[in-house]
Write a protein that binds this ligand. Structure first.
Ligand code: PSV
Ligand code: MN
Length: 389
């Protein structure tokens, strides 16, 4: 006998959901062709945190903000106080070894001891920041690789990567973690040192329990079955975090769920199936850039997309699915799955938001709040934040 969950059955899980926002989503970004400025763009981490807090205020979904070092270097005690005042917390610290001339041929994998040490030291400084901000996770994405066959010693670089990561890992506190993000290409075009989940898994497994894999949904070749990777990493206890976004072609960093809502559903199905929902060991983060759309609204839309797709997954009739799977009824199983995907949860979510004192339509509430007009009028002068700022 299968019992189809009702919306009332799932609100407890929805209420617990939390998605971390990236500070850089509020700064200017673009392609290698052009970065467009926008009135009201934050000039410093304090203004980024204020914008992130607006997203949380209107959605109840985004209580943490991830920082990027050195882009967000500042007085971290003051920033943490400011975050608390506006109702959010500082979260994951992202390192950056991709914007310094020394790192042209690598950072943690570099042949030169001096440069490797410099890159390791940068990560140790990031851990110092984590100690100040109370952040748990150090997220490492490496822009390292080569463009031409024969250019680099692939094996030597893997060995040096392990040594460098070990030095960083050894400095982590009891409750701190390292999450290693993979990406199959870019900026390097021939080989990348951490191109896939297998490499990240091998490297973090060699480090120990406090090291996990970060899965950025935009960092796979077209056609990759990402939900399979999610399932496997959860099964192995090594999925530390998500960077959610969506892509049409490469690492587009578009709004999560915008390019392929069904893929987001399939990923979240495996998250729920594998016990990763509202599990503190599996951080939900966004890694997005809003090049042409309003940035704050872009973040609001993103967290709502994740919430909406999570609700659809939670409404899936798991008993019916399991019965169909066990009896080999291919189409019945697929019907149950698709039925959940096609469920329109928007009216129920709007009503539930209102019942919790949140706006039924957070995006509209943002437009009506006048916040964008206010920051555009107030934030005059200074340098707008963006890549390298
Ligand atoms: C670069 O591809 C990237 O998008 C990585 O995904 C990081 O998470 C992010 O930048 C911030 O460094
Ligand atoms: Mn990412």
């Amino acid at each position: 006998m299968s019992t189809h969950p009702t919306f009332a059955d799932i609100t407890g899980q929805l209420a617990e959901q939390s998605i971390e926002l990236p500070s850089w989503a509020f700064g200017n970004s673009g392609t290698r062709f052009k970065v467009f400025g926008t009135p009201g763009t934050p000039r410093d981490p304090f203004e980024k945190v204020a914008d992130a807090a607006k997203v949380h205020e209107l959605t109840g979904l985004a209580p943490q903000v991830a920082l990027h070092i050195p882009w967000d270097l500042c007085d971290f005690d003051a920033l943490a106080d400011h975050a608390a005042e506006v109702g959010v917390k500082l979260g994951t610290i992202n390192s950056n070894t991709f914007q310094d001339d020394d790192y042209k041929f690598g950072a943690l994998t570099h042949e030169d001891d001096r440069i490797r040490t410099k890159a390791i030291d940068h990560h140790l400084e990031c851990i110092d920041v984590m100690d100040r901000t109370g952040s748990r996770d150090l997220k490492i994405w490496l822009a390292e690789g080569s463009n031409y066959p024969g250019q680099a010693d692939l094996r030597g670089r893997q060995d040096r990567l392990h040594e460098s990561l070990s030095r960083i890992y050894d400095r982590l506190g009891e409750d701190q973690r390292l999450v290693l993000e993979y990406k199959f290409f870019e900026p390097a075009f021939y080989h990348t040192d951490v191109p896939d989940w297998g490499t990240s898994y091998a490297q973090v497994t060699a480090l120990g329990e406090k090291a996990k894999v970060c899965l950025d949904t935009g960092h796979h070749a077209p056609g990759t079955n990402i939900e399979f990777i999610v399932m496997q990493l959860l099964r192995l206890g090594k999925l530390g975090s998500f960077d959610f976004n969506s892509r049409f072609y490469a690492d587009d960093d578009l709004i999560v769920g915008a390019a392929d809502p069904f893929q987001l559903f399939r990923i979240l199905y495996e998250v729920v199936r594998g016990g990763g929902l509202n599990n503190p060991d599996v951080a939900f983060m966004l890694d997005q850039c809003h090049n042409v759309e309003n940035k704050i609204e872009g973040q609001i839309r993103s967290v709502l997309n994740v919430q909406e797709m999570t609700a659809r997954v939670l409404l899936l009739d798991t008993d019916a699915l399991s019965a169909a799977q066990k009896s080999g009824d291919v189409l019945a199983a697929n019907d149950v799955f698709m039925d959940a995907f096609h469920t329109d949860v928007r009216p129920a979510l709007a009503e539930w938001r209102s019942s919790r004192g949140l706006p039924a339509d957070p995006q509209r509430a943002f437009r009506e709040s006048g916040y964008q007009e206010k920051i555009a009028a107030d934030r005059i002068g200074g340098t707008q934040a963006g890549w390298g700022a």
